[in-house]
Ligand binder design. Structure first.
Ligand SMILES: Cc1cc2nc3c(=O)[nH]c(=O)nc-3n(C[C@H](O)[C@H](O)[C@H](O)COP(=O)(O)OP(=O)(O)OC[C@H]3O[C@@H](n4cnc5c(N)ncnc54)[C@H](O)[C@@H]3O)c2cc1C
Length: 395
């Protein structure tokens, strides 16, 4: 009997999971006819059908990217792989994960993979949902920010982030917010109005006097670092400081701390880590549940190094281990595949590029062939994006 595998979500973690789970990941159009005749698995993906390439959202600021260019309808990708698509949201898990309840019906499985992304702790600072914008909420929110920005001739703009560190790793978007601050500076310079704007960068996770390449990039662009600052409240036209003082801000681009998805609270069986993520072991197995795996931004790391972030790159490494372990366990072997912890991302600063990289084994990206700082890195970033989007659209 064929085993039924359910994949929840259609972001990086789920699509990488599918890539590593299938035997012919790169040339599925050759494998597709055979997969229709014979396949050991009946795979179902539950999601909204639209993949969004989040790392390109900061570049909306310089108008180099837009929503259409970074969105992929993943139905053809799934069809080529003989994967059944169910449009919907998972709203509950029952029977230890064997029954998946969606807003459009209930599905049974032999193994389940959850790649359902994070939630943002907007309630931590009152007014976050009403008075701030964020690249983290997707292309539409970023477009709304840019529309407001384009309507301003002068003003004060705050860009900032907060991290949830309760699980011992970086559950927050730091790199993209540095990128946004620098691209905002570029966009205003291109319009010839930079001298009429103040850009502030704030985070309670930065300490006064923090140094380093990211800080240097802010300072050399005249961006004011409000290190350690966190407002008590976001309000119309600004923020309220912890001492009650009003601080003017015409626009705020803010990434709230990240946590696990709402499904943890909705479901009857998903375990939560201290920081609110789905609690998984180093093999990607959800603790206490059989044949349920999770990877990507929805899941905590077990014993992480303190610098490891939620990233597409980490989602890939974790989804790979989860796919290998699921296959092994379904074949009655034990889970043995773990993953490397690695922070790796290229920051596009329009006239400059930085490759931020830390790995637990000290290995540089691509065997160290690329410089750590160069404007040419922006081309590398774009090439990586184009390869992935081409893979999703055509292979
Ligand atoms: C502005 C920005 C810039 C970034 N830059 C980089 C970068 O340069 N490099 C890098 O490596 N990473 C970067 N990241 C991080 C990266 O985008 C995330 O780590 C990555 O998207 C995580 O993938 P995921 O699949 O876990 O979650 P997501 O990409 O968020 O996907 C989650 C999926 O699950 C679906 N879903 C949610 N709930 C349910 C449900 N209940 N039922 C069914 N489906 C559900 C969603 O619709 C979505 O399809 C950036 C992120 C942002 C926001």
């Amino acid at each position: 009997m064929k085993k039924t595998i359910i994949v929840a979500g259609n972001g990086f973690a789920s699509l990488f999971f599918i890539m590593y789970f299938l035997d012919s990941p790169i040339f599925p159009f050759l494998a597709a006819p055979f997969r229709r005749l014979y396949s050991r698995y009946d795979i179902i993906l539950i999601g909204n059908g639209s993949f969004i390439y989040f790392p390109a959202i900061p570049e909306f600021l310089t108008k180099k990217r837009n929503k259409k260019g970074i969105t992929v309808d993943i139905r053809p990708f799934l069809w080529r792989r003989n994967i059944r698509f169910v449009e919907g949201q998972v709203v509950d898990l029952q029977d230890g994960g064997r029954t998946v309840v969606t807003d459009h019906g209930t599905y049974r499985n032999d193994a389940l993979f959850l790649g359902i992304g994070p939630a943002f702790r907007k309630a931590d600072i009152p007014g976050t949902a009403q008075y701030t914008y964020s690249p983290c909420y997707g292309p539409d929110d970023m477009d709304r920010f840019i529309e407001k920005l384009d309507a301003l001739d002068s003003g004060v703009i705050y860009v900032g982030f907060t991290i949830n560190k309760k699980d011992g790793f970086v559950a927050g978007r730091t790199g993209p917010m540095y990128e946004c601050a620098c691209l905002l500076d570029s966009a205003l310079r291109t319009r010839g109005v930079r001298d009429r704007f103040e850009i502030h960068f704030f985070s309670p996770n930065r300490s006064p006097g923090d140094k380093g390449p990211l800080t240097d990039r802010l300072v050399e662009r005249g961006i004011i670092c409000d290190d350690g600052y966190s407002p008590a409240q976001f309000v119309e036209g600004g923020m309220i400081d912890p001492d009650g003082t009003f601080r003017k801000a015409d626009l705020v681009l803010y990434s709230a701390a990240m946590t696990g998805p709402p499904l943890i609270a909705q479901s009857r069986c998903l375990p939560a880590s201290v920081g609110g993520h789905i609690d998984v072991d180093r093999y990607g197995q959800v603790k206490g549940l059989r044949d349920v795996y999770a990877a990507g931004d929805c899941a905590a790391h077990e014993a992480p190094p303190p610098w490891v972030p939620h990233q597409a790159h980490m989602a890939q490494l974790r989804a790979q281990a989860a796919a290998q372990n699921m296959k092994a366990v379904l074949a009655k072997k034990s889970a043995s595949h773990t993953y490397r912890h690695e922070l790796s991302c290229i920051l596009d600063m329009e006239n400059d590029g930085l490759w931020m990289h830390i790995s637990e084994d000290g290995r540089p990206p691509f065997k160290g062939i690329f410089p750590k700082r160069s404007r040419q890195l922006i081309r590398v970033k774009m090439l990586l994006e184009q390869i992935w989007l081409f893979y999703l659209r055509h292979l």
